[in-house]
Structure formats: C-alpha cells, structure tokens
Design a protein around this ligand. Structure first.
Ligand code: HH2
Length: 288
C-alpha cells in the first residue's frame, strides 16, 4: 500500500459516531440543493426531491450526505446568507430525522453553519478552511462545530469562486496547501475542535490550474501522513476536461482517481456517483 503507515488516521469522530477509517474509506454523497450547481443544475432544489435523492444515496452505500446551498463552481457568485439558509433549512429538517447516516453541511457562512448544526448536521464542510467571514467568523464556525461535537472538514481554496480559476499561482502548491491546512487545523483545535473530528481536503479545482490539482492528487499520501483523514473531491470536475472528457463522460475517470487517492491514503471520497464509487472502493480495499 503506497501511503500506508502508522501515522494514517484511524478514526473520524462525527457527532457521537466514530468512523473506523483505518478499516475502509468513506463515501460522501453530494446533494446540491442549488438552482445552479455544475452537475445537478437544480434537480434537487425541491426538498422532497432532495430527500428522495439522499435516501437513494444512503441505499447505495453512502456513509455521509453532503448538503450544499451555494454553488462554488468556478465563476459562481456568492449567495446571500438568507437565501442559502432558505435553501438548506427545509432540506435538513427532512434529512436529519430520515437518514441513518450523518448529514454534512457544505458552507462558508457562519450563520448557515449555525442553523445547520442546530438542525442536527453532523459535519461542517468548510470549503474556505475557516478563512471566509474573516471578522471572527472562522473561529466561530470552529467553535460551533466543537460545541456540537461535529466533524469539521477544512478545505483549501485560493481566492474566491467568482475569480479563483483566472490565474492561480503557487511557488510550491503541495507545501503551501499543506501549510494552510495544518494552520487551519491548529486554529480549529484552539477553538475546541477535537483532533479526531478534523478532516483535511486539498480542494481540487479551487483556485488551481490543472497542474496544481494534479500535484495535490499525487501528493495525497504526504498530506495523509499527518494523521488527519484526507477528503478528496474530484467527482465530475473540470479537472477531467484536460482528458477531453465532457461532464457526462467523467465517471470512469473519477473512479480511477478515487481509487488511486485511497491507495495513497485518502479516507473520504466526496462524489456524485455513490453506487459506482462504493463498488470500486470495496475492491480497492480488498486488494490493499
Ligand atoms: N467540491 C465542491 C463543493 N464542495 N467540498 C469539499 N470538501 N471538497 C470538494 O472538492 C468540494 C466541496 C464543488 O463541487 P459540487 O458541489 O459538485 O458543485 P457546486 O459547487 O457547483 O455545487
């Protein structure tokens, strides 16, 4: 096993539940309740349709469902906080009692995080790595996650979604992203988040040219060696456009990337294609 070592994460604690991530990698199903996400394009904006999709993903083997009320695809504009809350609230009210797996909230906004955690979300997926809402918001989001015993995903993003893909630059992308994530994890710890509740994500395609994302995917083992579960989201992303694959042609490519990342030590795979990913990863785990 490429990145196997005693320093890999053994557990991820998520609101009273401890995932044994040493045994197998987790699959996080994507549920975007937005009118404009790059892949779903509004299909699950209705809470009834969102619940149906969530239950289907649980049935397919999802370990978590990640609900997002704001698209962060390249070029997207930010959504007002009230609007984001209005999108996620009715969905979480239905999902939390109905799903047997933890629900994650994908947001950069402190007030959205607060509402979602109060409604029972088990994970805060902060795609800004505690950076957004700078006047104390990052600290407050971490404090809220700590108070609810929630899992906290810290993702790296350079810039803002509206402009992040225009000219991303790094001297050394792997060490810069790693440094940012370790610092975010330290700040989360200072706000009271338990080390075993923190997961790190290099943020494929978030302020990264193709070569930057490629270097980060190759460097997953290095990041995983720090002992935090590493989350990877490549599913259907424009990273695969370099391989001349249109949006509806990226399934096999996404599975290949997920398999290699898990082989290198990633422990959580965020995907739109739950059934296929679960099937592929069960084989990968058996072969490791
Ligand atoms: N990618 C997206 C959104 N949230 N969160 C984490 N932790 N990691 C990711 O790679 C990640 C994420 C973007 O993809 P998607 O949700 O499918 O699209 P959109 O932002 O258009 O809703």
């Amino acid at each position: 096993m490429a990145a196997a070592g005693s320093s890999l994460a053994a557990a991820w604690r998520v609101r009273g539940q401890t995932f044994d991530v040493a045994r197998r990698a987790l699959v996080m199903g994507v549920l975007n309740v937005t009118p404009d996400s790059f892949s779903e394009k509004g299909r699950y904006a209705d809470p009834g349709a969102a619940l149906e999709r969530a239950l289907a993903m649980v049935d397919e083997g999802a370990d978590l469902i990640d609900v997002g009320g704001e698209s962060t695809r390249p070029g997207s504009a930010t959504v007002p906080v009230d609007e984001e809350i209005a999108r996620i609230r009715p969905v979480l009210e239905r999902l939390v009692p109905a799903c047997k797996v933890p629900i994650s909230i994908d947001t950069r906004k402190t007030e959205v995080a607060r509402v979602a955690l109060e409604l029972g979300a088990g994970v805060l997926n902060d795609v800004s790595g505690l950076r957004a809402d700078p006047a104390g918001g990052g600290h407050e989001r971490a404090r809220l996650a700590a108070m609810h015993g929630a899992g906290l995903v810290l993702m790296h993003m350079q810039g803002e979604p509206a402009t992040m893909q225009q000219d991303p630059r790094y001297d050394n992308v792997v060490s810069e992203v790693k440094g940012f994530l370790f610092d975010a994890a330290r700040r989360a710890g200072e706000a009271g988040v338990a080390r075993e509740s923190i997961a790190l994500d290099p943020g494929v395609g978030f302020g990264k040219a193709f070569e930057h994302s490629l270097a980060l995917l190759r460097g997953v083992g290095d990041l995983a060696a720090a002992g935090y579960p590493v989350l990877i989201g490549v599913s259907r992303k424009s990273f695969f456009a370099k391989f001349e694959l249109a949006l509806d042609q990226r399934l096999e490519a996404g599975l290949a990337a997920a398999a290699v990342c898990v082989l290198r030590g990633a422990r959580i795979v965020r995907t739109h294609d739950v059934r296929a990913t679960v099937r592929a990863l069960r084989v990968v785990e058996a072969l490791l």
